[in-house]
Design a protein around this ligand. Sequence first.
Ligand code: AMP
Ligand code: GLY
Length: 426
Amino acid sequence: MRVLIVGSGGREHALAWAIAKSPLLTKLYVAPGNPGTAAIAENVPLRTVDIAGIVAFAKDQKIDLVVPGPEAPLVGGIADALLEAGIACFGPSQAAAALEGSKIFTKQVADAAGIPTARWEKFSDAETAHAYVEAAGAPIVVKADGLAAGKGVVVAMTLDEAHEAITAIMEDKVHGAAGAEVVIEQCLVGEEISVFALCDGEEALFFGAAADHKRVGEGDTGPNTGGMGAIFNPPWATEDVIRRGMEEIVRPALKEMKNRGTPFRGFLFAGLMVEADGPKLIEFNVRFGDPECETILPMLESDLLAVLRAAVAGELADVRVAWRTGGSATVVMCAKGYPGAYATGSEIYGLEEAGCLPDVTIFHAGTMAEQEGVLANGGRVLAVNAIGTDLSVALARAYEAIDRLDWEDGFCRRDIGRRALRALHA
Ligand code: AMP
Ligand code: GLY
């Protein structure tokens, strides 16, 4: 099969790394890719949101399957455009991608399908929103309806913070049109998990669970980021939680989307809060998570490309996937300053030596190549994954690899997986 992956981050490097191992593969392209994908595939200089360019390239190169990584091209309609051109795409239509593009839409789907989630109200008028939080009290959660680069959610611990969030989103329009409407919802309490399902419109196949570490600082402090690290199967993702997540959240959503005439195909990412009485939906994303993807795929024993081929053929019902036993952990190396302003262009040394450690894989996220070297070129720069007989072995290996890297302008959290290890040893 001739395959094209769309994106340039650690997630896309991991997808390319897994697909490159498939005996079904004859040619692999990544658009635009990064120096990591360049080593295992052919990078194509097309921007992820250049849908017309990507469709033209896919037609020209007789691509059999396109796998978009990030949400932007999906929300922009890349799957529809490819389908129209007769090219298979493992990703949702623009209509189905509204599950990530609009928080109001997601809540409406959840309510219609009877999915457990935080009680919510929507507002298009700031004054009414202020009055509502005043009456409801804190803690309370304020969310811009549209895509806001992961920054549109404020978990307000006090009423002042809630009012500030409403003012920033609705009056100061810090997220532009994405904040024209807001969702205000009940604050859920518990441990979070990211649950993934491969969907073919009808069937959902569980595809791993992970815990992300969203805050930039150790001890879960500081501002939110795209994700500072992840661990496979945290202890609070019990078999019962996963079963209920699939039965009470993922499958009802899939059925509701089908009933609406917009069946969901692709990676469905359910962000769940595990509360005392069971998992609750926080949000859906319509793609694989990053760095969850870099954490889950190293545990996959089955052929990813074969599974994706079955999914686009609508044959997921016949598919079983095999997973390794043990632990997997990913630690993200970022440029100093991230998630605020950061510099690019500093050289990273020691990548080869660190990447040679057993059971370690270094995925490139925001890098660029220069002559023989690799330079930082983003906020999240590397995703260092290790697997092992259990989580503590995996974590120790990931940090050993990081310690072999020599990159002055980089930093990482040193406490990835610590809460999980504590829970395991409690
Ligand atoms: P995102 O939408 O990915 O930017 O992230 C939102 C984050 O805010 C989630 O990962 C949670 O940590 C938090 N969050 C969102 N909704 C709620 C809620 N209803 N209760 C508690 N935390 C929430
Ligand atoms: N790591 C969370 C995300 O991909 O949105």
